[in-house]
Write a protein that binds this ligand. Structure first.
Ligand SMILES: Cc1ncc(COP(=O)(O)O)c(C=O)c1O
Length: 385
């Protein structure tokens, strides 16, 4: 038989999923590996979804999504993200995952080059593999709160004629870095100088502890920025699978056309749930952010006491811990942490070469488990150093 697709066969797995599966086989494990909010979806959102199902929102929708849902999203983008889009510039997708992949698909041809940060969420590299586009990585600098090395990015863009798109992610996974205005302006200047698209993954936009979330599209109306949003993290709605993308009209139309081939449309009931979440009372978002802030403070204090802290995250819900003193490969370290110490964290290497010697701790878990997990992690790292 002819072999299946090389691109998919050779695509790396997400190391986070691999650790989740290993951790699931064992009892008494503190789960600090996954970026899944431990909150319930707010009840007004669940009620809106139930109402929508009874009201007949049970059929295919337009590829772009239900008009009233896109209207709510466009209003939110104007009021909270600071740029104006018409409703046909908004496409509702099956999570940010789908929005990101489709954004890359509509701007790239095979062998165009996608620039991603090091470290970065592993799915960006997987997506690039799916569409046969090589990746190049630019460094995030831990000492500067994981801001990008703009000098290195400029050199990479200058030396890479097929560079096509830069993916940026602020607040960032796995680093918790929040890009300031000057950094975003610098990124936009590089993109303009080399005529590149920017895909801006803003799925943690509501989880900022210090500084502010700045949408790159609010500083650039050239049409080169494709903004990707999600309800997953802001409203504890990971399983509902709703993201949305805002882009220049021609790009939004291409994404909408592509959506017919990929998923046809996002789930109708989940779209109505997202409408209630985005258009409704935002107190739930504040409550969750405050809770993540308390957990961040606890994690930072504990890691600092054990000398494992690599900087305090300003957003998202992750902290990086320094495990370099063990000299162990990250995957081996994480396997031992599960089996011998009963704590699951994500190996730094799954986020790129710069992640070596680090592990990612997720704060999206119960506070007692977080404290116990960090205690187990610290004790083990000290014993194995
Ligand atoms: C940086 C980043 N982007 C996108 C996503 C996926 O979001 P969604 O659930 O909307 O597909 C995640 C989920 O962990 C993420 O960390």
């Amino acid at each position: 038989m002819k072999p299946p697709s090389q691109a998919i066969s050779q695509m790396p797995r997400s190391g986070i999923r691999a650790i989740m599966e290993l951790a699931a086989q064992q009892t008494d494990v503190m789960h600090l590996e996954v970026g899944q909010p431990n909150f319930d979806t707010p009840s007004h959102v669940i009620e809106a979804a139930a109402r929508a199902a009874s009201d007949g929102f049970t059929k295919y929708t337009a590829n772009r999504g239900i008009p009233s849902v896109r209207e709510t999203m466009a209003r939110k983008i104007s009021e909270r993200n600071g740029f104006d889009v018409g409703i046909d510039q908004v496409v509702v997708t099956t999570g940010a995952v789908n929005a990101l992949l489709q954004a890359l698909m509509v701007v790239c041809d095979p062998r165009d080059v996608v620039l991603i940060s090091d470290p970065a969420w592993p799915n960006y590299e997987m997506m690039a593999r799916v569409i046969n586009t090589p990746i190049l990585r630019f460094r995030l600098i831990p000492e500067l709160g994981f801001l990008p090395d703009l000098g290195e990015l400029e050199r990479l863009c200058r030396d890479t004629p097929r560079a096509k798109v830069i993916i940026i992610n602020s607040p960032g996974n796995p680093t918790g870095g929040v890009f300031d205005r000057a950094t975003i302006e610098g990124l936009l200047e590089i993109a303009a100088r080399h005529d590149l698209y920017i895909v801006s993954d803003e799925c943690y936009e509501d989880i900022v502890f210090e500084g502010e979330h700045i949408s790159p599209a609010s500083l650039d109306n050239s049409g080169r920025v494709i903004s990707v949003f999600s309800v997953s993290k802001s409203y504890a709605m990971t399983g509902w699978r709703i993201g949305y993308v805002a882009a220049a009209p021609e790009l939004a139309s291409l994404i909408s056309k592509l959506q017919e081939a990929v998923t046809a449309c996002a789930s109708s009931v989940a779209q109505k749930a997202a409408e209630a979440a985005i258009g409704g009372d935002q107190a739930c978002v504040d409550d969750m952010r405050n809770s993540y802030r308390r957990r961040r403070d606890t994690a930072v204090r504990m890691l600092n006491e054990s000398d494992l802290l690599l900087g305090s995250p300003h957003g998202a819900f992750y902290v990086m811990a320094d495990t370099s003193s063990t000299g162990l490969d990250g995957y081996e370290l994480c396997r031992r942490l599960i089996v011998e110490s009963g704590v699951a964290v994500a190996p730094g290497e799954t986020f790129g070469p710069a992640g070596a010697g680090m592990v990612r701790i997720s704060l999206a878990t119960d506070e007692n488990d977080l404290e116990e997990g960090i205690r187990r992690l610290s004790t083990s790292i000290q014993a194995w150093s």
